[in-house]
Design a protein. Structure first.
Length: 300
């Protein structure tokens, strides 16, 4: 019933895709979370998982109609177009806001609040699966340590990361983007390439340093394809067999990413002058908004 309704209303699919794309740019709020809130998560995961041997069999037989129906191509194309539109709009907006010492601390504060709100969502998801034990808290601690450690190791790669590292970041981030509760942009923030990739997107659209930026974009896109087709099945296996443990590690990664979101970090060599009370209110406000959204969704 829901799938037929989605097929009859492509504009709704596009809007949900737009929300997913916009969310994927924001550290702490994933496109997978938006898909879950919008009621299309299971359909999306099912469509992605159908890039399998049966799909290749249809292609070898040149039965393109059967191949398209097998992966629900119409749904994926409309959703993908919406994701692309939302991603571009959000990326251009955030690039300008993060470059300004005036607006950057508030943007980072919103990111921090979203991570806190989303962390509560993940913690509740773990508690619904099982009673929290010492092992779960240890996995959370392991995730925090990994995020902090990777953040410190990659601090020097922010300005000009090598292409192999961009590819690796894409492989990891795309897997996070399709999972509810963890953000691909947050993973890029932990790995230290988030501001750099925002700048690459800005350069492409404004035709600045176009060739080099286009190469980086191609490498990142290739990493996304490899990660989506290879590791998404592995992640589904983890969630099928060890859901609580997997979520525990992800929760730790989310909390550990906070070190990248300190609102008073230097921007363009200048330390932002923002009132502490307003920064605190921004963090708590964005956390409350996301927390409220997850509560409302659970009731509907």
């Amino acid at each position: 019933m829901n799938e037929n309704r989605e097929s009859d209303l492509p504009i709704l699919t596009w809007i949900k895709g737009f929300g997913m794309g916009a969310a994927d740019v924001v550290p702490g709020f994933s496109g997978g979370t938006v898909a879950l809130l919008a009621g299309i998560y299971e359909k999306l995961v099912a469509a992605i998982s159908r890039f399998d041997r049966k799909f290749l069999h249809f292609l070898r037989r040149r039965d393109f109609l059967a191949a398209a129906q097998h992966i629900d191509l119409r749904f994926l194309l409309i959703l993908g177009f919406g994701i692309g539109c939302g991603f571009i709009v959000s990326m251009l907006t955030l690039h300008k806001l993060l470059k300004s010492p005036v607006t950057s601390p508030y943007v980072l504060s919103v990111f921090l609040g979203l991570i806190l709100g989303c962390s509560h969502f993940v913690l509740e998801s773990i508690r619904l699966l099982k009673r929290m034990a010492i092992g779960d808290w240890l996995l959370i601690g392991l995730g925090i340590a990994a995020a902090v450690g990777v953040s410190s190791l990659t601090s020097g790669l922010v300005e000009s990361p090598p292409l192999w590292f961009v590819f690796l970041c894409a492989v990891v981030a795309i897997c996070a983007m399709i999972l509810p509760g963890i953000s691909g942009a947050m993973i890029l923030m932990i790995l230290g390439v988030y501001p750099y990739l925002l700048g690459i997107g800005h350069n492409l659209i404004h035709r600045e340093d176009f060739v080099a930026s286009f190469v980086v974009c191609l490498v990142f896109g290739a990493g996304c394809i490899v990660g989506l087709l290879s590791f998404s099945k592995f992640l589904r296996w983890l969630f099928a067999g060890y859901p609580a443990q997997t979520l525990s590690v992800m929760l730790g990664l989310m909390l550990g990413s906070v070190v990248r979101l300190w609102p008073y970090q230097l921007i363009e060599g200048e330390r932002p002058d923002a009132p502490t009370w307003l920064i605190t209110a921004t963090v708590l406000g964005s956390a409350f908004v996301l927390y409220s959204l997850t509560k409302i969704t659970k009731r509907t």
